[in-house]
Write a protein that binds this ligand. Structure first.
Ligand SMILES: [Zn+2]
Length: 91
């Protein structure tokens, strides 16, 4: 659980902490989660998520799939990664 240590294994660039917009294009639903905490390579832009974040995203995607809506936008709660996100719906 220390994703910001070391260098990018792909290009050797330095990793920085940041927030990304995660998208998952399911067949019937497009899921967009904003403000997802991630480690991003400054050079090649590769992104790493820690386990808790990845698990939370999985739950959000699963919820969206169950709802069967066309488009789901959620804001990731950075202050409680284990509690996942509070989904909001696009107008
Ligand atoms: Zn890189």
């Amino acid at each position: 659980m220390n994703p910001d240590s070391g260098l990018c294994p792909i290009c050797g660039g330095s990793k920085t902490e940041g927030a990304i917009t995660f998208t998952a294009d399911l067949q019937e639903t497009l899921v967009v989660v904003r403000g997802v905490p991630a480690t991003v390579c400054a050079l090649c832009g590769n992104e790493w998520l820690d386990d808790a974040t990845a698990a939370a995203l999985e739950r959000i995607v699963e919820e969206a799939r169950k709802k069967n809506c066309l488009f789901e936008v959620a804001q990731f709660s950075t202050f409680s990664q284990s509690a996942a996100a509070s989904p909001i719906h696009a107008a």
